[in-house]
Design a protein around this ligand. Structure first.
Ligand SMILES: [Zn+2]
Length: 232
């Protein structure tokens, strides 16, 4: 249950003096988000660099079986190559977000070039998905200019707080242990689906089971932003 609901159940004075709950859309102006401060056991799983014709459908099958929704930060050029997979992500109820177009590191580009990367990705994504509201810079390479260009286009810049390095191809157990050792309420977990082979399709199912065993709810990043708590 969210604190927003409690406000109307008789705890108004206590809750309002202890914490001010702000909607995600309000808090993010010109600021990148690595995790969401919250006392609730909610986390977001995110997948970068896809869609990949072989890896992404495997991950989608696991997510369907586990009934879990995640956020895909799709690469524009991969979305252009495999729009049917992005369409499947949407059909399955996942959130589709932008990872820019070509995976060039945006921090070294001009304002205009950054804008092109964002706009080209948006054009590819919106053929089959709603206009994304979240953006993750490739390689986590960002500066004020990158965040501002994203903000101008209606994107909140999302980073991560848990990074098991799945793209390097470690063992499944390494990925699972790394995530479970670092996860906290409000964590944003970074995983990948843009290359083959990847241990991620196997790891993600185990991660989901263990998170559920520990009482976590797995939600999309946009949903997670609604849990943002600012404590006075
Ligand atoms: Zn990436």
């Amino acid at each position: 249950m969210r604190i927003g609901g409690l406000v109307f159940t008789g705890l108004v004075g206590i809750i309002f003096s202890a914490a001010l709950i702000i909607q995600g859309s309000v808090i993010n102006n010109n600021k990148e988000i690595k995790k969401v401060p919250t006392t609730h056991k909610v986390v977001a799983l995110t997948l970068d660099d896809g869609p990949h014709y072989n890896i992404t459908p495997q991950i989608l099958a696991v997510l369907r079986e586990k009934k879990v929704k995640v956020t895909f930060f799709v690469l524009g050029k991969h979305a252009a190559a495999h729009p049917e997979i992005v369409a499947q992500e949407v059909a399955d109820g996942h959130e589709v977000a932008s990872h820019a177009y070509s995976h060039i590191f945006l921090s070294k580009l001009s304002k205009e070039e950054i804008g092109e990367e964002l706009d080209n990705a948006e054009r590819a994504i919106t053929v089959v998905a709603p206009k994304p509201t979240l953006f993750r810079p490739p390689g986590g390479a960002y500066n004020d200019k990158v965040v501002a260009e994203a903000q101008t286009r209606g994107y909140t810049t999302i980073l991560w707080s848990v990074d098991p390095g799945d793209w390097r191809g470690p063992s499944v157990s390494h990925i699972v242990d790394n995530v479970m050792n670092h996860v906290k309420p409000g964590s944003i977990v970074l995983l990948h689906d843009g290359q083959d082979p990847l241990p991620t399709p196997k790891a993600i199912g185990i991660i989901i089971d263990k998170l559920h065993e520990q009482g976590y709810s797995i939600i999309t990043v946009s949903e997670l932003l609604q849990y943002y708590e600012v404590h006075n």
